[in-house]
Unconditional design. Structure first.
Length: 428
């Protein structure tokens, strides 16, 4: 099977698993697939509650790591997050967009005012299941107006026909919406007319759009830009459990582009500290190896790491620095085989430390199946591997990274090394 077919098969597996899952998620509008190239044009649009996105990320992560497919999570827009599946970094991608609110125009006379409808409100309406198709058809008509779409394009013609057929099969009186869609399809009505009717129908369901406050939105935008500007652009952590190939692949990427970046071990932030060395020598020397002793000194390690990181970031500005491991690796205890704790667990004061952790603009996450990890290294149990992967995904969802690249090392290593090198080149 060629790489394009593997990518399409993985995407279809993800989409089907998403629709079959217990997560409350809806495909906002159908995507017309007639030939292989159609998978890579446009995107799949889903509506979902932000609180449910972690479950979606776990689903994509599990399927893609087993299939050897990479994907990038892009979080630049607070109202929608994107997942882009790819094999090689520069190749075509299959894109999924997950909307936490739907953007549209609120109409007053001939005036169009930017507005939105939160997804929580959509899923909360009474008898949602029986009215789902009509609600989605109304949102599709507002989308045509908001994006100023050409209804004669093949993609829009397909969607109009799809909604007409689905609504005709639904019980109850859907005639007003069906008639508007048909007249829109035949060019007898404009997107503005359809948008006006759609807003009236949505109001019947209790889904009146909420106006944006221009002043508040400007302040939020300014705050996001300021926070983004303060985060280091040239420091990129690489995380993943032992055995996923972090060191090997970063070395491979560095060998191909020796002047592009340098590597740095996160452990150097605290292990070279006088305080850490004295504590280790006094309490644990000749009793425990350093990796196991680290689990007993996690609060100290996190505090030393946070203090030294804020100094470290100002002295490595000439090149991009790839950091092996990150703070999140030290937010768990009982991970390694031989640790005192029988079960992996979060470190004490997990929430305060999570808020204190410095954030970079991006992050690389390595993963592969447990048997593959154990064939390379056997430092973590299966339970510990699963715990750390869930911790990584929870961390990624909570923290305001602009992008996170998930790289599977299940089959080939060159695509992951190539993705690191190409991503770094874009940042230089």
């Amino acid at each position: 099977m060629d790489k394009v077919k593997e990518l399409i098969a993985c995407s279809e597996c993800c989409r089907q698993a998403l629709m079959d899952s217990n997560v409350k998620v809806e495909l906002l509008r159908p995507k017309h697939i007639d030939k292989k190239e159609d998978y890579f044009t446009g995107d799949y649009d889903f509506i979902v509650k932000k609180s449910d996105f972690l479950s979606i990320l776990k689903l994509f992560h599990e399927i893609c790591k087993q299939a050897g497919i990479n994907f990038e999570l892009i979080k630049k827009n607070p109202r929608k997050w994107r997942i882009e599946l790819f094999h090689y970094y520069g190749s075509s991608r299959i894109v999924y967009e997950f909307w936490f609110s739907i953007d549209l125009f609120d109409l007053h006379g001939d005036l169009k005012k930017p507005a939105y409808v939160p997804t929580e409100n959509i899923f909360a309406i009474s008898e949602y299941e029986s009215n789902r198709t009509e609600v989605l058809a109304c949102f599709y008509m507002t989308h045509l107006l908001f994006k100023d779409c050409d209804v004669e394009e093949p993609e829009q013609v397909y969607r109009l026909d799809w909604f007409i057929e689905k609504l005709k099969a639904c019980p109850g009186d859907r005639q007003a919406v069906v008639t508007m869609l048909r007249e829109l399809r035949q060019g007898q009505k404009t997107a503005f007319d359809a948008g006006r009717l759609a807003l009236k129908q949505l109001a019947v369901f209790g889904l009146a759009p909420l106006r944006f406050n221009a002043k508040t939105e400007r302040i939020k935008l300014l705050g996001r830009r300021l926070a983004r500007g303060l985060r280091p652009k040239r420091i990129l952590p690489v995380i993943g459990t032992d055995g996923t190939g972090k060191g090997t692949i970063t070395e491979l990427a560095l060998r191909d582009s020796p002047d592009l970046f340098v590597t740095y071990r996160f452990k150097n932030l605290f292990r070279k500290s006088f305080v850490y060395r004295r504590c280790y020598k006094y309490f644990y020397r000749a009793k425990l190896e350093k990796n196991l002793a680290d689990e007993k000194m996690l609060p100290l390690i996190l505090l030393l790491g946070i203090l030294k990181w804020n100094l470290f970031r100002w002295f490595h500005l000439s090149k991009v620095v790839i950091v092996d491991r990150y703070f999140v690796d030290y937010l768990a205890r009982g991970i390694r085989i031989g640790a005192d704790d029988r079960e992996p667990m979060k470190v004490a004061c997990f929430e305060p430390f999570s808020r204190l952790i410095p954030i970079t603009r991006g992050l690389f996450v390595f993963s592969c199946s447990t048997p593959t990890i154990h064939s390379r290294k056997r430092e973590l149990s299966e339970r510990s591997i699963q715990f750390m992967e869930n911790l990584y995904l929870e961390f990624v969802c909570k923290q305001p990274f602009q992008w996170v690249m998930f790289l599977s090392t299940e089959t080939e290593r060159h695509p992951a090394a190539d993705a690191i090198a190409r991503k770094v080149k874009r940042l230089v």
